[in-house]
Every structure is written in C-alpha cells, then in structure tokens.
Design a protein around this ligand. Structure first.
Ligand SMILES: [Zn+2]
Length: 143
C-alpha cells in the first residue's frame, strides 16, 4: 500500500510528498516553508470553494451531499467524521449541504441523500448512495 500522499502547497503551488504514517506537527512545504494543509476532520464548503477544495485537490476526496432534515445523513455524517480523523493525509472529507448548493447537486445528478462521491484528480471515481456500515464506506474509499 502506498504510504505517502502528495499535498499541494496553498502558498506556492508546489507538490510535496508527505509520509502519512509519520506526520509530526505540521508538515511544511519543501519549497517555500509554508505549512501544508492536511485536514483531520470533515470540512463544510459551498459551490464557491468546490474547485479548490475538491477538483484541484491532490488527495482523494469524499464529498458527502447531505441536508439537515435527512435522517440517514445524520447516520453517515459521524462515520465520515471518524474516517477523516483516522486517515489524515489519505482522504479528505468534504460536506456539501445540498439544500444550499443546488447547482452542484444538480450538476452531479444527486438523486437521493446521503450520496458520497469519491473524487480523484478532479474526476468522479465512484459514488455510494444511502446509509452503509463504516467498513463498507472505508472499502468504498479504498482505505
Ligand atoms: Zn510552498
């Protein structure tokens, strides 16, 4: 299994290889010294940030389309949060409120929520619709 990830520096754009089994403190960009952003929790974004946070991300990204009124979403959400916490530098978890981001929701043809879409290099690899056990979600995310 690959034990490193490529993290793109937000300051200078250089790509840095980071060993994720020995992430100590904050890894820094080898070129400009800026801290590299590695999330260990889910982040909530909207349409405006979708490009930078998902499409331009060098890590695999799990995008969770959800809504506050959706009961099954509240079951999947804490599982994704745990996964984000357990695998920083290997997967990034992004939450999108489908009510507030209807353009994206339509663009990706979301039929029901929760829907988790796995992105890699800006492309959809796969999607998982509905509630699934943590092990299945991890398998879906190649973790
Ligand atoms: Zn840099």
């Amino acid at each position: 299994m690959n034990n490193s990830s490529i993290i793109k520096c937000r300051t200078c754009g250089s790509k840095n290889r980071v060993l994720f089994d020995k992430i100590e403190d904050v890894p820094r960009c080898g070129k400009c010294g800026a801290p590299l952003v590695i999330h260990d929790s889910a982040i909530s974004i909207g349409e405006r940030d979708f490009g930078i946070e998902v499409l331009n991300e060098t890590l695999p990204v799990a995008v969770d389309f959800w809504a506050p009124w959706c009961g099954p979403c509240r079951m999947v959400s804490p599982v994704l949060e745990e996964i984000a916490h357990e695998h920083p530098g290997r997967i990034k978890v992004v939450k999108i409120n489908s009510d507030e981001n209807q353009t994206l929701t339509a663009q990706y043809g979301i039929q029901g929520i929760p829907t988790i879409i796995l992105f890699r290099d800006g492309k959809e690899l796969d999607r998982l619709v509905g509630v699934a056990p943590k092990d299945d979600i991890k398998r879906f995310l190649h973790l």
